[in-house]
Write a protein that binds this ligand. Structure first.
Ligand code: ADP
Length: 684
């Protein structure tokens, strides 16, 4: 192997000249300053320079045995210069590398410059990627230059990676993004922009950005763009035009991108679709409204809950007061009944006393019955069983009857006059309603009016206002304080704390009146002046009928004796019969009494009976059996059931059997006489 030191200066200069030629061709590709310098320098110069440079220069013979290695060759390979001069170029490669990428001495020897990237194996077995250029020179030897490219490669891949990241970021941004030249030409455009404007990439690249800006925003764009070119960041809301010609408002931010020399190389713009923001704002606004609404509902609910709570507390308080009041209300007549019943047994009691005591007992009994009826009505209202059954009635006739009833059976105070006002003639006063409930309202109101009026008058009837019936009960009594006027319709409410003491009562009557008017499709209200009197008014749904079948005959005269009519009383209970007997005798009505169902059937077959008062609970066959049998043969005989049952289905059973009417025990005298007259009248 020849040593480099054995070479003459001329030889080396020659070789370098050769090398100069070779690397001149490679220069542009390798872009390595070393070659430029190396070309014109001497061996010493080369050694000197290569100490500072990074390339290894090796010279080998045709077989690859090194005959020269510069200083840097040692650095790159790890072998000393003298070691290298005893080595072959193959010794710095792993055999596998040589297999996959042969050195191609054949090509080099034939004069080809071979340039290739390969990994060498250093003395310490580390692997290093080098760029290797081999060229045969004039003396038939081969010059090889090794250039460490591992750093370059790293740099390259780092650059590639960052480029990739930039690309991914650019395309996945939720905004539109563009890279512009300083002249405004689009160099790159993100998927976001393409999606936003509806273009393909090639339709935007190399076009001027202003082509995509709406004319109304051009002025702003120009101002901002010239500012960016001065190195400033800018943002503005501008209007763009989509491919389909529609407008889109975007918030655009832009800033210059500087190169190494701090010069503006390009401009990056980001555009945010304002419609999305506006939509989001709108959604936020709607959510806010929804929230507000919900809040309001909660407040309202809370308010309602508070009211309900207060009501519950109030109702609890009222119920306690009611119980206290009620026990007094019930005890008073009960004491009357029990006390005076005992007195009736006094030996040698005078006729006079008997009349007095029985009248007190009767009054107390009636009073008690009224209270019990009110309580039952209120419970039915609460249970939703306060039913109505409508028929055609004549208002005038019904109210006239009521007037007669009050005149005849109610003791009206001296100095108090009862008046009635019926402005229409009978033929205009047929309506479809529930007579019982209708009269119940009037009865309650008239009772109150009489109760709370000592002198003057109580007037009831109706007025016509705008073709509607306004029913009323007016009095010249004690009147009601303004603040109490709305609440007296609530149950258990009395206008003053001493009402109960002075007048008695439970505070249920007006609540029942209110429920009745509502059930009949109307309303109730009142006007009053303390100390001067009150007027209670109400309406009901008054549908008139074109074919009036008036159940009530307006000409009822309850004093008429029905001498030619016979009533059959079917009753097994002695006391109940005595009660009915007394009423029938008083009204001078003929009757027959039987105490079983069978006897009733037999009587009907023998005698001419106009009306039957039928008890249901009888020994043996019950009243419903008798009704069924009788109706089979005598369908025109009216049968009024009087039963202690109050359950709805009991009543239905009797109606199913064929009864015409139904009275619940204990039966009021008034109710019974009214019914008897009504039916006897019908079969006249
Ligand atoms: P009650 O009469 O059993 O107490 P109501 O519900 O019928 O119950 O009446 C409630 C209250 O309204 C009465 O206690 C009374 O204070 C007042 N009121 C009703 N009607 C009249 C009236 N015509 N004049 C004066 N006060 C009345």
């Amino acid at each position: 192997m020849k040593n480099s030191s054995q070479k003459t200066r001329e030889e080396l200069i020659f070789e370098i000249k050769e090398l100069k030629k070779t690397i001149k061709n490679l220069k542009s590709k390798l872009n390595d300053s070393f070659f430029q310098s190396a070309i014109d320098l001497t061996q010493e110069d080369i050694d000197l320079i290569t100490q500072e440079e990074t390339d290894a220069i090796l010279k080998g013979d045709k077989q690859g045995n090194f005959i020269y290695a510069n200083q840097f060759a040692s650095k790159i390979t790890g072998f000393t210069k003298s070691e290298m001069l005893n080595m072959n170029i193959r010794d710095i490669f792993h055999p596998n590398i040589l297999k996959s990428s042969p050195l191609r001495f054949d090509l080099v020897n034939s004069g080809t410059t071979v340039k290739i990237q390969r990994e060498i194996t250093k003395k310490n077995k580390e692997v290093l990627l080098v760029e290797m250029v081999s060229k045969k020179i004039a003396d038939e030897n081969i010059i090889t230059i090794l250039h460490d490219v591992s750093e370059k490669k790293k740099l390259h891949s780092a650059l590639k990676e960052s480029e990739f990241k930039y690309k991914v970021l650019f395309d996945t941004l939720p905004y539109g993004a563009e890279v512009l030249s300083t002249e405004g030409i689009i160099l790159d455009v993100s998927l976001g922009t393409l999606k936003m404007l509806g273009y393909e990439k090639n339709e935007m690249i190399n076009k001027h950005i202003s082509q995509f800006i709406h004319k109304k925003s051009i002025k702003t764009f120009k101002e901002k763009f010239s500012n960016i070119k001065k190195g400033n960041k800018e943002s503005a809301e501008i209007c763009l035009v989509r491919k389909d010609g529609t407008k889109i408002s975007v918030l655009r931010a832009a800033q210059p991108i500087l190169n190494k020399q701090d010069e503006i190389s390009s401009i990056l713009t980001l555009s945010l679709d304002m419609s999305k923001i506006k939509k989001a704002e709108q959604m936020l606004l709607e959510k806010n409204k929804e929230f507000e609404k919900q809040n309001q509902e909660y407040i309202l609910l809370n308010h309602e809950l508070n009211i309900a709570k207060e009501k519950a507390e109030e109702s609890n308080r009222l119920k306690s007061a009611f119980l206290a009041n009620m026990s007094h209300e019930i005890r008073t007549p009960m004491n009357g009944i029990i006390g005076f019943s005992q007195l009736l047994n006094t030996p040698g009691i005078s006729e006079e006393k008997i009349t007095e005591y029985t009248s007190i007992i009767l009054k107390s009994g009636n009073h008690l019955l009224n209270i019990i009826n009110d309580i039952i009505d209120i419970s039915k209202i609460d249970a939703g069983q306060f039913n109505i059954s409508k028929s055609i009635i004549n208002i005038n006739s019904s109210l006239r009857e009521l007037f007669i009833f009050f005149q005849s059976f109610k003791k009206i105070k001296e100095g108090l006059k009862l008046k009635i006002n019926l402005p229409l003639t009978n033929k205009y006063t047929n309506i479809l309603t529930d007579q019982t409930r209708f009269l119940q309202i009037f009865t309650n109101l008239i009772n109150n009016a009489i109760k709370f009026t000592d002198e003057g008058f109580v007037e009831f009837g109706y007025k016509i206002e705008k073709e509607d019936f306004i029913f009323y009960v007016k009095d010249t009594g004690i009147g009601i304080k303004k603040e109490m006027q709305t609440i007296i319709f609530d149950r258990f409410m009395q206008a003053s704390t001493n009402t109960e003491k002075l007048y008695g009562g439970t505070g249920l009557g007006l609540a029942i009146c209110k429920a009745c008017t509502e059930l009949l499709g109307g309303e109730i209200w009142m006007e009053s002046k303390l100390g001067q009197g009150s007027i209670f008014k109400f309406t009901i749904d008054t549908k008139t009928s074109t074919n009036p079948i008036i159940k009530n005959n307006p000409k009822i005269n309850i004093n008429t004796a029905y001498s030619n009519k016979k009533v059959l009383v079917v009753e097994d209970d002695k006391d109940s019969f005595s009660y009915i007997e007394a009423i029938l005798n008083e009204k001078k009505i003929n009757f027959i009494h039987v105490d079983t169902a069978q006897k009733a059937i037999d009587t009907v077959n023998k005698d001419k009976i106009s009306l039957i008062l039928m008890d249901i609970q009888l020994p043996g066959k019950d009243g419903n059996y008798a009704i069924r049998e009788i109706k089979k043969t005598h369908p025109n005989i009216h049968i009024i059931v009087q039963s202690a049952y109050t359950f709805e289905n009991e009543k239905e059973k009797s109606f199913e059997a064929g009864c015409d009417d139904y009275l619940v025990k204990p039966i009021r005298k008034k109710d019974l006489t009214e019914k008897i007259f009504q039916y006897l009248q019908e079969i006249r």
